[in-house]
Design a protein around this ligand. Structure first.
Ligand code: GLU
Length: 302
């Protein structure tokens, strides 16, 4: 791709598992400002593929909050639950390449047999050569290889992972029939021509799995930037699930100010009393990704 043809496309991909909270606001703000400062597009994708975790009404709720906060997105919103046939077709292509096998390991089997990898337990390939029949409840895994996957993260620096040893063959379709996030996100980033992924550092160790899939599917690899995540006093990520990090749906300015500060942007204190337009204008003019601290966890108290 020549430089003159290059067009930045970023995205924000919340899972509809609760209201927009401070942690996801930080991701929205960083991905948005980076895209807009590059004169690029910014897309919103609702990652509702894990239907067991979706909370009814929360996708609309997140979108309304984004609107109230002054975000403007490009293109139509993509909903993963409407794309199952596409995921099925891509899965079939991986099956045709003999990369997929059935796995009948229970959670207990996994706990007992998995080996210690970089990110906890790595799947040791127990079912790899078993050729289990189709009619037994099974998940589908993809065969990984003993090769090091390396990429340079715009914030966290060079990251390497030996997929086979540190993660093991990973799940593409779960035993309950739902497609795994790793597959859906890779297909959708490619489908939406996403050139830059900006998201929380809790997904850093998923990135080699995604690059591995991109390689097998001949997709272009986007650039990655992983942001520090906001943690509570115990060092746990604040999330929709533990109920912390709530933001006022109707008072965007203080939360945006806090997000900019969290991202190392040193907003002028006068901005706490500014209008929504003014704070966005300031943010866009002063946005500098290099100021984001290259640390994984930053305490946040609301
Ligand atoms: N849906 C994921 C989340 O809400 C984000 C996935 C991604 O950005 O790749 O945490």
């Amino acid at each position: 791709m020549s430089d003159s043809n290059f067009h930045y496309r970023g995205r924000f991909a919340p899972s509809p598992t609760g209201q927009l909270h401070f942690g996801s606001l930080v991701t929205a703000v960083a991905s948005y400002l980076e895209a807009r400062s590059q004169k690029g597009d910014w897309l919103v994708r609702i990652e509702d593929i894990d239907e067991l975790r979706n909370i009814p009404g929360s996708a609309d709720d997140i979108l309304r909050t984004l609107e109230r906060y002054g975000f403007e997105w490009d293109d139509d919103i993509l909903y993963q639950t409407r794309r199952k046939q596409i995921y099925e077709d891509v899965l079939q292509a991986l099956i045709d390449k003999k990369l997929i096998y059935r796995c009948i390991c229970s959670r207990k089997d996994l706990r007992e047999n998995n080996e210690m990898g970089q990110q906890g337990l790595a799947y040791p390939g127990t079912c790899e050569d078993k050729n289990h029949p189709e009619d037994i409840a099974h998940a589908l895994r993809i065969r990984t290889s003993n090769q090091i996957i390396e990429f340079s993260d715009a914030i966290m620096g060079v990251y390497t992972q030996n997929l086979k040893q540190e993660i093991g063959d990973f799940i593409i379709r779960r035993r309950d029939g739902l497609f795994a996030y790793q597959l859906a996100v890779v297909i959708d980033d490619a489908f939406q021509n996403i050139t830059h992924v900006v998201r929380g550092v809790d997904l850093l160790d998923s990135t080699p799995r995604q690059i591995f899939l991109q390689q097998h599917l001949s997709y272009t690899q986007p650039a990655y930037a992983h942001l520090p995540v906001a943690v509570d006093a115990q060092g746990d990520k604040i999330s929709k699930h533990n109920g912390s990090g709530g933001i006022d749906q109707y008072k965007p300015v203080p939360a945006l100010f806090a997000a900019l500060r969290f991202l190392g942007q040193q907003p002028d204190p006068a901005l706490t009393k500014a209008s929504l337009n003014t704070i966005w204008q300031w943010a866009l003019e002063h946005w500098n990704m290099n100021k984001i601290p290259a640390i994984e966890k930053i305490p946040y108290t609301d």
